[in-house]
Design a binder for this molecule. Structure first.
Ligand SMILES: [Zn+2]
Length: 333
């Protein structure tokens, strides 16, 4: 029941193939689930693993990595690039966040198990087979159907000064104007793909490039240029002329008060725009109750001052839903 790959990830050249993983469906039927994988290797250099589609309702990364897999010129390559544009094939096929087969969120399923459910075995495959070979990694996300992020890179700050500096260098190379700083448990990261990178000593970043189950030109363009810049930074496909360094504004989202959470159900009316700076305690939205037309809406306030990094895309909201992420700009790691 382990994953198998029909290409040799340790061989040079340009290869495209499929990762196959058997799944037990709800009706008891066993089906072989496959997803595309590309391996491009030439000469001496580092190994970079690129993944998108961990969540199936996030599209910019799927498009940008597919384009890269088609267009990357192996003649100029120094190192190895392993690309999975749709890591979680069943979730991508259905356009949903979690795997339809077992209902699990791949980004909460790490490190996974060799004998677990489909999603658990997929996580195990990514961590052992892909990150086991990697020096560097970048994983592509966005807010999916429910959130919209200001396009930004992110990484986990571990306190290991030299490694954190290398991760920041990847974010600087990628070129997003904002970089979110996560802690060891921010947004479930401890059971996510970023924790897998850390366990395998892979220097990696992730990113939240838009959302609302849309493809926005700005976010997709950032993914495209970011990949080119990243490959140049790592020396895998050096550019003829150096890229201009974009020093990202560092945005700390580690504290609980960065998150504005609905306390009741209602229809969410956002008042604060993505990317704007707001004061602590500022009004940021209203929750309306048309089912109780006589009630005034609940006015929502920010708990911390900072930059609006994410906003809920959907009007219908339930108690516990995230409505905003408002991060604090910080001067350094
Ligand atoms: Zn995601």
């Amino acid at each position: 029941m382990r994953a198998s790959i029909d290409i040799d990830l340790d061989a040079p050249g340009r290869q495209s193939g499929r990762v196959s993983l058997p799944a037990l469906l709800a009706n008891g039927e066993e089906r072989l689930i496959t997803t595309p994988i590309y391996c491009l290797a030439q000469g001496e250099g580092p190994t970079l693993v690129l993944t998108a589609g961990v969540h199936g309702d996030e599209y910019e990364g799927q498009i940008a990595l597919s384009e890269l897999a088609r267009s990357l010129d192996i003649g100029s390559l120094r190192g190895r690039v392993i690309i999975l544009p749709r890591v979680n094939g069943p979730a991508c096929e259905a356009g949903v966040r979690s795997t339809p087969i077992d209902g699990l969120n791949l980004n909460r399923a790490f490190p996974g198990r060799a004998d677990g459910s489909f999603t658990s075995r997929l996580a195990f495959f990514v961590e052992s087979e892909l990150y086991g070979r990697a020096d560097y990694a970048a994983d592509f996300h966005c807010g999916g159907a429910i959130l919209h992020f200001l396009p930004s890179t992110l990484f986990v700050v571990t306190g290991e000064v030299e490694e954190d500096r290398c991760r920041l260098d990847l974010a600087r190379a990628f070129g997003a104007r904002h970089c979110m700083l996560f802690g060891a448990k921010t947004m479930g990261v401890e059971v996510g793909i970023d924790a897998a990178m850390l366990r395998r000593k892979v220097i990696g970043i992730s990113g939240e490039y838009g959302g609302s189950a849309e493809v926005t030109p700005v976010a997709l363009d950032l993914c495209r240029t970011g990949l080119t810049r990243l490959l140049d930074h790592l020396g895998i496909t050096p550019s003829a002329s150096p890229f201009k360094v974009v020093e990202p504004e560092l945005i700390d989202v580690r504290l609980d008060d960065c998150y504005v959470i609905a306390q009741t159900e209602g229809l969410f009316e956002p008042l604060a725009l993505l990317g704007t700076r707001i004061e602590a305690g500022a009004p940021v939205g209203r929750l309306h109750r048309p089912d109780r037309p006589g009630d005034d809406p609940v006015l929502l306030h920010s708990r911390s001052g900072g930059v609006v990094m994410a906003c809920r895309s959907l009007a219908r909201s339930a108690a516990g839903d995230w409505l905003y992420i408002i991060g604090r700009p910080v001067a350094g790691l």
